[in-house]
Design a protein around this ligand. Structure first.
Ligand code: ADP
Ligand code: MG
Length: 702
């Protein structure tokens, strides 16, 4: 990262406003006014070709006439003038451009946008935008935007691809009481993108949590890389479900991928916490910016009401941190701070009689107890207690517990008093919400963050025993014959070169040859049509299984050829594959796509209706370690079937995970060649007995 230039852009010590104006209503007027109102302490240079004074400040005809240095130039002139202004800024040595002007790629003018970026790059100038609102920073008292005011001060930073949404979120920071230090509008991302801003915000002292509103990433891998490297929590709201490539996809995997699932996977792999919607983005940002991650699974709920306790318990299950009963010593101690009819299990119900003292004693004890990994303190307003007093008791208890490495969230349900108590708690660093499920969801975000950091730390170890050269030779041979979809035999050779267990398969051109091969391999055998023109062999009547003798082989050979000719008269038939008949096993599918945003990605699912109807599949951006692959097997809804449901013997998931991992290496190594591929099905056997690829397909890039 170009730290120096990005510092100039995002924490400028001097700002030129190109297109600065005295006319109210113009953006060039608003930006200057906002800089003045926000009490920006750096130097402001209004640039205007005719006026010598703008809003009381000395103005200059061009940036080239400015006596001092300029860190950032906010560009508010019409799009067609921006290339010339960029040229001048380059000559002046401006570090970064904040191009508010619109009329670029968002309206199809990619050429104009590229022209601006080209000029800027020639001078080493970074470009934020175009088509943005600007940047806002509380710690710099800098509102270099046309958003009306700086956000409520706090520790989060927002990066938004949507300008309108940024303005709306800016205003709602006050009503929602979620504080931000910075807001950055990145618009068309012609140069500075999410990866750059994440990397920069990670080293920004005023930022504790990076909050993203994403419509589409430009370079998915760069983003994942930046996210993985970041030491601060990142929470992202991804809008717009990707339909990339779904229509054009020839395989199952392609059509299943077009549903945002690869974004889900990439975020998880990059350690990025997801937000489900805008409310959730605020709620999770609040917790992530104020509290440490939740390192273990044990959440304790302390409440004064059974109702909110049950709601919180449901939410805990829904958001992936199901409750466990507190251990005996915890229960015994907590029993001392509640009436006889209270409950010390989990949720801990102090009852409606609970006042400041009971809250104080139980929170203080529980927060310090090693069993507790995260605490949710719930309160329902009652006639006999004062919310502000309770809030004060909770805060005091947290401080006195002296624990800094575990998180707490609070929910106060009630009226104005509770609202005031929540406000006070947030101002004192405790994330407080108006509903128990929302508080639990926020705690779940802190748990997800810790979990995904653990996951993200697992590195992929390459398999050294692979034969990439053989794989590439097979591909080169197919290309030489102008074939883009490899036959099953070719595909299986490549799979085998990557160390995957493949059913023994040979090519026969004649009946006699087929019989000979069948006898070598041993009955029963399977026979299949081999043609670059037939992708789905069964559809063409091109698969015969369980052939037991020479007579069967001859008959199958003739039938398969005849069926294929009837199915597709102009198909060029390479021959008929003769292969070992693998014993019955659980059928699973392994697939890959070359995602336009994230590149080679793997898919896993169970075969048959699980994929066809239920679309029960999971994705990862490749490559994936065997351990990560194992998690994929557990992740699908039908995962229990592999684990050994209903008295069935568990399947060999270790072997299958290795197949997935090797497969992910194959599509990564050969990503310049492979567009899509799959192994459909892979048969998985009982534990210790491995897995076998019985059908394989590779489609090359055009
Ligand atoms: P398609 O091109 O139609 O997908 P496949 O090669 O997958 O053709 O064969 C269809 C089905 O036949 C598979 O789903 C599997 O159930 C079975 N099958 C194929 N090859 C073998 C084999 N070598 N051993 C056992 N079963 C096989
Ligand atoms: Mg198949």
């Amino acid at each position: 990262m170009d730290l120096e230039a990005l510092n100039g852009l995002l924490r400028p010590k001097s700002i030129a406003v190109v297109g600065a104006s005295n006319k109210e209503g113009k953006i060039g007027y608003t930006v200057v006014r906002n800089l003045l109102i926000s009490q920006y302490r750096g130097t402001i240079y209004p640039i205007n070709p005719t006026e010598s004074v703008i809003q009381g400040l000395q103005a200059y005809p061009s940036v080239l006439d400015v006596p001092g240095t300029i860190d950032a130039a906010v560009i508010t002139v019409p799009a067609k003038l921006v290339p010339a202004v960029t040229e001048e800024c380059g000559k002046k040595g401006v570090k970064g451009l904040i191009i508010i002007a619109s009329g670029f790629s968002e309206v199809g003018r990619h050429d104009l946008e590229q022209q601006v970026v080209d000029i800027a790059q020639r001078y080493g100038v970074r470009v934020l935008g175009p088509n943005i609102v600007g940047i806002l920073s509380n710690s710099d008292l800098c509102n270099a935007s046309f958003a009306p005011f700086l956000p409520l001060a706090g520790k989060a930073a927002l990066v938004s691809q949507s300008g309108a949404l940024l303005i709306a979120m800016d205003a709602s920071t006050y009503t929602r009481r979620v504080g931000f230090d910075k807001m950055v509008s990145i618009g068309n991302m012609s140069d500075v993108d999410f990866a750059d801003t994440v990397e920069w915000l990670d080293q920004d002292e005023a930022t504790a949590c990076i909050s993203l509103y994403i419509e589409g990433l430009r370079n998915g891998r760069a983003f994942m890389h930046a996210a993985l490297k970041a030491a601060k929590p990142i929470v992202a709201l991804k809008a717009g479900v990707s339909a990339h490539g779904a229509a054009a996809a020839a395989s199952h995997t392609g059509s299943l991928a077009g549903s945002g699932k690869i974004y889900d996977a990439a975020f998880q792999q990059g350690g990025v916490v997801r937000a489900a919607d805008l409310n959730n983005l605020f709620d999770r940002t609040l917790a992530l910016s104020l509290q440490p991650p939740m390192q273990g699974e044990n959440m304790l709920i302390i409440t004064n009401g059974g109702g909110v306790g049950v709601l919180a318990t449901d939410a805990a299950e829904r958001y992936g941190i199901p409750l466990r009963f507190a251990p005996d010593d915890v229960q015994t101690e907590l029993k001392k701070h509640m009436p006889e009819f209270g409950s010390a299990k989990n949720p801990v119900d102090l009852t409606g009689m609970a006042g400041r003292d009971w809250y104080y004693a139980s929170v203080r004890y529980a927060f310090a107890h090693p069993w507790v990994d995260g605490l949710a303190v719930l309160y329902c307003e009652t006639a006999i207690t004062d919310p502000l007093e309770i809030a004060d008791g909770i805060k005091q208890a947290l401080d006195d517990a002296g624990v800094k490495d575990k998180p707490v969230v609070v929910s106060f349900v009630g009226g104005e008093q509770s609202d005031a108590a929540r406000k006070w708690l947030v101002e004192n660093g405790v994330p407080a919400y108006d509903a128990p499920d929302v508080a639990v969801n926020a705690l779940a975000a802190l748990r997800e963050y810790a979990r995904s950091r653990q996951l993200a730390s697992e590195v992929f170890q390459r398999y050294a025993d692979v034969d990439e050269a053989t794989a590439r030779a097979i591909i080169a041979n197919a290309r030489a014959h102008h074939n883009h979809s490899l036959t099953e035999i070719e595909s299986k050779k490549i799979f085998r070169a990557y160390g995957m267990p493949v059913a023994l398969t040979e090519m026969a051109q004649t009946e006699d040859e087929a019989v000979q091969l069948a006898e070598q391999i041993g009955y029963p055998i399977v026979m299949k049509i081999m043609s670059h023109d037939i992708l789905h062999k069964s559809d063409a009547g091109g698969v015969k299984v369980n052939i037991k003798n020479a007579e069967g082989v001859r008959e199958a050979f003739r039938t398969i050829i005849a069926n294929a000719k009837a199915y597709k008269p102009d198909a060029i038939i390479e021959g008929v594959a003769v292969q070992e008949m693998a014993p019955w096993g659980t059928e699973v599918i392994v697939g890959s796509v070359d995602d336009p945003t994230f590149g080679p990605s793997v898919m896993f699912g169970l075969g048959g209706i699980f994929v066809e109807i239920l679309k029960d599949v999971t994705f990862r951006v490749a490559p994936v370690s065997a351990d990560q692959s194992f998690k994929m097997l557990e992740e699908i809804k039908a995962g229990a079937i592999l684990a050994g449901a209903r008295g069935e013997a568990p399947r060999d998931r270790r072997a299958l995970a290795e197949v997935l991992s090797r497969y992910s290496q194959m599509i990564t190594d050969l990503s310049d060649e492979i567009a899509e591929s799959d192994a459909n099905p892979v048969l998985v056997y009982a534990e210790g007995q491995g897995a076998k690829v019985v059908d394989a397909r590779i489609i090359l890039k055009k």
